[in-house]
Design a protein around this ligand. Structure first.
Ligand SMILES: N[C@@H](CCC(=O)N[C@@H](CS)C(=O)NCC(=O)O)C(=O)O
Length: 206
């Protein structure tokens, strides 16, 4: 059975758990990180020397980095449509996954930390305002892209939607006064009715 090490409230754990539930795979999730700690223990560091969550265990096999885990699960247990058989669709799914990690995740992390983790005493309002502005510009790119398609690579929901999809819950919840992005909202509304998304992504912030 698959074993996921990481607290449910981590956006990176959510990518993995959302996919696992969409595929109907059996998995155990263990609370690690945040208030649960354990991610700096030697036994954990032996699995992931970065001390970050999530880690996936599949028997004796260990892999970390949330998007590598998503890809591994799909190669091992998933396949089309979540891992598109069509190489062109697959290439674009990889593209949006990488875009999320390299480009959208940084300002979204600032928003999350400044709004949820910072206190009134140490909140950096300037950094928060800049991150909201930057993230709004990036979500606008996705809004334009989604003008003529229901999902990021076309007509079918697949792995390319997972990272941005997890982040979209945070964007729409934490920044309700952001720019008007109707195509983005329509896409998010297609995700937020899915039982696996509701269960694994739409969780309280901590
Ligand atoms: N690029 C890594 C980032 C992992 C990461 O930053 N995880 C955060 C949680 S979202 C973490 O481990 N934070 C320490 C903690 O939760 O204790 C991935 O995608 O897996």
């Amino acid at each position: 059975m698959l074993r996921v090490l990481g607290r449910a409230t981590s956006v990176n754990v959510q990518k993995v758990m959302w996919l696992i539930d969409e595929l109907g795979l059996e998995a155990e999730r263990v609370d690690v990180g945040g208030k649960y700690g354990g991610n700096q223990d030697p036994a954990y560091l032996a699995k992931n020397p970065m001390g970050l969550i999530p880690v996936l265990e599949d028997g004796d096999y260990v892999v970390w980095e949330s998007q590598a885990i998503v890809r591994y699960i799909l190669e091992a247990y998933g396949g089309d449509p979540w891992l598109p058989a069509d190489v062109k669709a697959r290439g674009q799914a990889h593209q949006w996954m990488d875009w999320y990690l390299t480009t959208l995740h940084p300002p979204m992390t600032v928003i999350y930390f400044q709004m949820i983790r910072a206190t009134d005493a140490n909140r950096n309002e300037k950094a928060l305002a800049e991150a909201k502005e930057k993230a709004g510009q990036l979500w606008s790119v996705l809004d334009t892209h989604l003008a003529d398609k229901p999902f990021l690579t076309g007509n079918t929901l697949n792995m390319g939607d997972i990272p941005c999809g997890c982040s979209a819950y945070r964007w729409h919840t934490l920044v309700p006064d952001g720019p008007d992005l109707p195509n983005l909202k329509a896409w998010w509304d297609r995700l937020n009715v899915r039982p696996a998304y509701k269960k694994n992504v739409m969780l309280p912030f901590e």
